[in-house]
Write a protein that binds this ligand. Sequence first.
Ligand code: F6R
Length: 624
Amino acid sequence: MCGIIGYIGKQQATPILIEGLRRLEYRGYDSAGVAVLQNRELATRKKKGKIDEGLAKLVQANPIYGQVGMGHTRWATHGPPTDENSHPHLDQSGKLAVVHNGVIENFDSLKERFLEEGHTFKSATDTEVLAHLIGHHYDELMKSGKGNWTGEGTHPLAQAVMNALREVIGTYGIGVICTDHPGVMVGARRGSPLIVGVGEGEHFLASDASAIVSHTRTVIYLKDYDVVTLFPDKFKMDSLGSEVASFQLSKIEFDADAAERGKFAHYMLKEIFEQPKTVQNAIRGRLDAEDGTAKFGGLNMTTAELRAIDQIVITACGTSWHAALVGEYLIEEFAHIPVEVEYASEFRYRNAPIEKNTLVLVITQSGETADTLAGLRESKRRGHRVLSICNVVGSTIAREADGGIYLHAGPEIGVASTKAFVSQVSVLTMFALMMGRIRMLSNRRGSQIIKALEAIPDQIQKILDQSEEIKRIALKYAHAEDFFFLGRQYNFPVALEGALKLKEISYIHAEGYPAAEMKHGPIAMIDEKTPTVILAPTDALYEKTFSNLEEIKARKGPIIALATEGNDRIKEKVEDVIYLPATWEPLHPLLAVIPLQLLSYYIAVARGCDVDKPRNLAKSVTVE
Ligand code: F6R
């Protein structure tokens, strides 16, 4: 949520900032702005709305030149999306600019203090208060004669930032520049992601790697309480915490073009079509056909420790929570270990009694979701072992977990999560298989699961090849105002996910239910204008699901069925059928979710919605 980009070096900063902001736009698109040091003055441009419609035009009409600057794309928290509330924000003197991702919880009391001192504020944001606070500490340093820097120790601008942050309650990833120090940029983090890109004679500050991967692949993932001072040719790390400052250089794993849209109209469509490959990437090197099991390099747990687990708690948010629900079915089925799935936002505040030998799994695409991170920290505080299933390498959750499994799905830019879900379920399948093989699952059964999993990429491709037919169906129902998604067992979480996808990108009211629950209330909503997507694979519960389908039909509800290839009978009962290849029942979610993603996508496009930037949303939810 909110994207930060900063540049210090020999190149013109503005084009780098605008390009970086375009790549970060999925993190927030309410407004955007840049501040560049131009002839020792701060030149700022800020505009409400998306970058290409607002800021980029403003900068083109009124260019700014300079080799040090910062940009920000905003997802509004304090104050509505307006030009004034856009970042960067300046301090009282106008010499110092700040970009910020996070929430300053005590901004009210700080603001009151500065108002009493005669400060004036131009925006309703907490960030402007932070800028005034840093400016205040900078002035204090200057007055005390400690503002001269000899080239050794902590730079005065960094010192002012540190003094200010000691007064702050809340979360931040920030960038700071000041006209007094045209060759310096300061970054700091607590709770909101921030990375440093290390180039030759230049440095970058960014919320994530996709913003800078075309410039450098060498990065430092800042830790909470790190404060970094960037110069064109060097940097210095300080820490606000009790530990001595330290850092580690890392390499960005993916190529710049992995974060490009390519020939696709939207990132979401590109990511849907990538799924045969992302499943292959998730399973590559992890399946052991001989022993009929799966193996992971980064669990940091011995087989004996895994064997001793009596319970698993999985915590996550949104789409990742839906993957967790599939995981619950898989782990209980394959390994007979009781599993609880918890919304991270509830789990962290609940005093849930958790047994001693409980493993906590956190599932997250971004690795930065604030609620999930808080759930991880709470679990660790209670002394539980925590493993993460995460996509973004080097993200906070991946680093703070005791061990984990990466998805290797590549950057997911579309705000609506698609390929991450399929990769998460693939990883959960392998995890359940491994846990099962440690316990009671036979080698023969394990080999069957492996075979079925290895067939999934081609089967997904077969479904993607039907995209024109799915589009035709989507256009038929694009006008609907309510939708239901029904499924049983493994397909129930997929029904939830189908409903979430549709509502978040097309703004159609949609609900997912276990198919048999309809008759306990929701069926009252069914009429000839309310379509139902029913997941009806030819599995053990097919006849039961078919009865639920009949119940909807009897109330004149139009039905789109997802059925297994060869099921001709269903065609006569429903308006539309999407056929899926046959797979083993527990793996069905990996196939069934694909047409639901496409259906949502085509409906949203038909309704003229901005699929990659749905209203009110942003990717990577770093606020609570
Ligand atoms: C829905 C969606 C969100 C995320 C949720 C968790 O399409 O993208 O519901 O799944 O915000 O995000 P991660 O997985 O990054 O923790």
